[in-house]
Design a protein around this ligand. Structure first.
Ligand code: NAI
Length: 336
């Protein structure tokens, strides 16, 4: 039995997490859910975006499935996602991007995974004004940060049967910071002779990804490049509706779609549950439930390919739950 923290989230979050939960339960994996709140819902109920109870639940269970959260604008609140990343030192942001037959995209054979460092770089938040007309931001890159993210990328490649890791950087210009990242990436690569290794300068990487994404496999990079390139990769495969993600640390992991809470669709039962279900599939793999993960993934691929029971953004008319039920039926189960 896996004990998992479930954060339904805001906007479309409750609907897509309900869909993902139904699919997971139909897979036969034994899960005991601990449902807690964060975001707008938590602000209403507890007066804080991230209640202690929610943190304690993740602390206890070490695995969470999370719907998107609405970040209130202009009220001085920091992002809950950043707070969670810091609290549990979730240093690796994992974002797979793959083409699915039936999802509109200019490409047909993309299967990439972006491994983004989540804690350092220009996102460390060390910036200040210099007088009134200049500003400085400090880019922090450490040996520890580089070693653990590059090792994570190689371990992931080995575990998932991937063939190549590409390190992305701008070491030709930022010789200290990105130079250190590249140097360490080369050192770690030598420990994994079975996995091919190469590096690309970030601007060239963007062009290559647009021109021939099929040449790439696992990409590892510092925080800022990862933020930008993972969105580029989501764009290659048809956008946010099909982009899952995970934030992983040494002993804790939080799985969530890349997209936000799409407030304008809240409560309409029409949001695409795919990114949420794919995030749940990543969670099953993390938990060692490969067979159930494969079965859900296969059923999802078939439903998308058939295009009959898919949501509006994939060209269909199904509701969120109807799409989930079609996946459950495809797995050989009766939807309950
Ligand atoms: P968004 O991702 O919610 O929406 C962008 C566009 O994509 C909208 O047109 C939306 O309708 C569409 N979309 C997103 N997910 C979809 C789905 N599953 N099915 C169909 N269409 C979908 O981004 P936006 O509007 O910038 O942000 C809305 C809220 O979400 C904000 O409060 C933002 O802070 C928050 N957000 C939260 C994230 C998280 O919790 N991880 C990540 C990104 C944004």
């Amino acid at each position: 039995m896996h004990r998992i923290t479930l954060i339904p989230g805001d906007g479309i979050g409750p609907e897509i997490t309900a869909a993902a939960r139904a699919v997971l339960e139909a897979s036969g994996v034994k899960i005991s859910w601990e449902v807690v709140v964060a975001g707008e819902k938590a602000l209403q109920d507890y007066g804080t975006l991230l209640p202690e109870e929610t943190l304690a639940s993740i602390q206890r269970n070490r695995v969470a499935l999370k719907g998107p959260l609405t970040t209130p604008v202009g009220s001085g609140f920091r992002s809950v996602n950043v707070a969670l990343r810091k609290e549990f030192d979730l240093y690796a942001n994992l974002r797979p991007a793959r083409t699915y037959e039936g999802v509109k995209s200019r490409y047909s054979d993309v299967d990439l995974v972006v491994v983004r460092e989540n804690t350092e770089d220009l996102y460390a938040g060390v910036e200040h004004m210099v007088g009134e007309d200049a500003a400085e931001s400090i880019k922090i890159i450490t040996r520890k940060g580089c070693e653990r993210i590059v090792r994570f990328a190689f371990d992931y490649a080995v575990r998932e049967g991937r063939r190549k890791v590409t390190a992305v950087h701008k070491a030709n210009i930022m010789k200290c910071t990105d130079g250190l990242f590249l140097k360490i990436a080369r050192e770690i690569a030598a420990e994994y002779p079975q996995i091919e290794f190469e590096d690309r300068i970030v601007d060239n990487m963007c062009m290559q990804l647009v021109q021939k994404p099929e040449l790439y496999d696992v990409l590892v990079m510092p925080n800022l490049y990862g933020d930008i390139i993972s969105d580029l990769c989501a764009g290659l495969v048809g956008g946010l509706g099909v982009a899952p993600g995970a934030n992983i640390g040494r002993d804790t992991a939080i799985f969530e779609p890349v997209h936000g809470s799409a407030p304008k669709y809240a409560g309409m039962n029409k949001a695409n549950p795919t990114a949420m279900i794919l995030s749940a599939v990543m969670m099953l793999r993390y938990l060692g439930e490969q067979e159930a993960a494969d079965r859900i993934h296969q059923a999802l691929k078939e439903v998308i390919k058939e295009g009959k029971n898919v949501t509006y953004d994939l060209g269909g008319q199904a509701t969120t739950m109807e799409m989930a039920e079609a996946i459950i039926t495809k797995m050989g189960n009766e939807p309950s």
